[in-house]
Design a protein around this ligand. Structure first.
Ligand SMILES: NC(=O)c1ccc[n+]([C@@H]2O[C@H](COP(=O)([O-])OP(=O)(O)OC[C@H]3O[C@@H](n4cnc5c(N)ncnc54)[C@H](O)[C@@H]3O)[C@@H](O)[C@H]2O)c1
Length: 417
């Protein structure tokens, strides 16, 4: 019993240290945002925080709890919950309805438990709790006062709910804030996905042929970092403008049939399902490594790989290998987001911006009267986050002088004023 307690204490201490490390490198969240959210708007409000439950998310949760919110913490993916962080938050007295090492069944139970806590607001990732609250607790869904959504995938789901007339509260799409997608999706995912893929495989990137599936913000970051590290970069797309953008950025662009047979590593970043599907298996090289950076664990169709394989085995920790007709095809982190499930997630500096957007987002929902529907964080709040970040770096900023502005615009503004 004493031994169990001390193991639990050591785990909680480890988690608290990790959260403190995040605080140390999060000047915007720990300063500017903390000041704003502490005005009483969130006091006594139940806020469910359902993002990958590791130290950065935990720090956001503590800032909201310090502002008086009753925080319920859960994970947005069963494979990304950190046991030490869970222990540290529980030791602080926070309600945590997630445990590390779970599977999809336990995760479903955890999300239902989060809905049963009857949150007023949800900070969501992939709209995972929002959708389950609608199904499992329609009474709680009807009383929800707002959702602030982290991802591209969740934003698409919220728009679909609104279009179907099934969104009775305001939802902010944090992902649409420039301080989120320009940095988080692009730079953070680019850096950390490659870091995780290289760490898991112990392979060389210089000279490797790396194919990126989907050239959105995430795909752009992946291709940018891969090329910067000496890889030969390939892109497949379904959107002609983005395909042209990838070509103009200097990557080799082509159809999956053209690109996959050449690739040593393939990374998916589409936000959809089965970006590498059953049809593609015949076109994959022997020893290809596949990682997923998109929201769904199903971007690499591991079920189809399993069905096609004569043997499935672990080549290294975090690498599942499928033997298909004499070729070994490797999938990282079981097809889950490789940078989080197989790495440490985004750099702290970037999550300082993303969670500033989420913190100000939930505060905005609580302190203003937004109509039901999908909204974007007001530009002045988005700008203020960037300004706070620049200030933390000691970087100054110019303002337009009156004589630098277009005459017509200035006259229009004066007449409106
Ligand atoms: N791993 C992470 O930490 C992390 C961080 C941010 C976002 N994401 C997720 O990454 C995904 C992509 O985000 P984004 O902001 O780049 O989205 P985005 O919508 O800007 O880009 C996705 C691109 O994929 C293309 N695409 C869709 N299906 C395709 C297919 N079958 N083949 C080829 N191209 C296809 C689309 O045309 C689009 O250009 C989302 O699921 C998002 O939630 C993950």
């Amino acid at each position: 019993m004493t031994e169990t307690l001390s193991t639990e204490n050591a785990l909680a201490r480890d988690g608290a240290d990790r959260i403190e490390w995040v605080r140390r490198h999060s000047p915007v969240l720990d300063g500017y945002v903390r000041d704003i959210v502490s005005d009483g708007s969130l006091r006594g409000k139940r806020v469910a925080v359902v993002v990958h439950l590791e130290a950065k998310t935990a720090f956001l949760a503590t800032v909201l709890a310090d502002a008086g919110a009753e925080v319920i913490a859960a994970g947005s993916n069963p494979r990304t919950t950190d046991a030490s962080v869970v222990a540290a938050l529980r030791e602080r007295g926070m309600t945590v309805v997630a445990d590390a090492g779970g599977d999809y069944e336990s995760w479903e139970r955890e999300l239902r438990a989060a809905a049963d806590c009857e949150p007023d607001y949800i900070i969501d990732d992939g709209a995972e709790l929002t959708m389950r609250t609608a199904e499992h607790r329609p009474d709680v869904f009807a009383r929800l006062r707002g959702v602030s959504e982290e991802t591209t995938t969740g934003t698409a789901r919220l728009h679909a709910m609104a279009a179907a007339g099934k969104l009775p509260f305001p939802a902010l799409t944090a992902n649409d804030a420039r301080c989120k997608h320009l940095f988080d999706n692009r730079y953070a995912t680019g850096q950390t996905t490659l870091q995780a893929m290289l760490r898991l495989t112990n392979r060389q990137i210089a000279g490797a042929r790396i194919a990126v599936v989907g050239y959105g913000y995430v795909g752009k970051g992946l291709a940018l970092y891969a090329r910067a590290m000496g890889a030969r970069t390939f892109v497949t797309e379904v959107d002609p403008v983005r395909a042209l953008e990838a070509h103009t950025d200097g990557h080799t662009v082509g159809s999956r049939r053209d690109i996959f047979p050449q690739a040593d590593m393939i990374v998916t970043a589409t936000g959809g399902m089965r970006a590498i599907s059953a049809d593609d298996i015949a076109h994959l090289r022997h020893d290809v490594v596949m990682g997923n950076a998109g929201h769904h664990d199903l971007e690499v169709d591991t079920e189809a790989l399993g069905a096609a394989a004569s043997e499935v085995f672990e080549s290294r920790p975090g690498i599942t290998s499928y033997r298909v007709g004499g070729r070994d095809l490797h999938v990282l982190a079981g097809g889950a987001l490789v940078n989080i499930a197989g790495g440490s997630g985004h750099p702290v500096e970037v999550m300082d911006l993303t969670f500033a957007v989420q913190g100000l987002g939930v505060h905005h929902l609580a302190s203003s009267e937004l109509e039901p529907g999908v909204h974007i964080l007001p530009k002045e709040l988005d700008d203020s986050i960037a300004a706070a970040k620049l200030a933390s770096y000691g970087i100054g900023l110019d303002e337009l002088r009156t004589d630098q502005r277009d005459d017509h615009t200035a006259r229009m503004e004066e007449s409106v004023a």
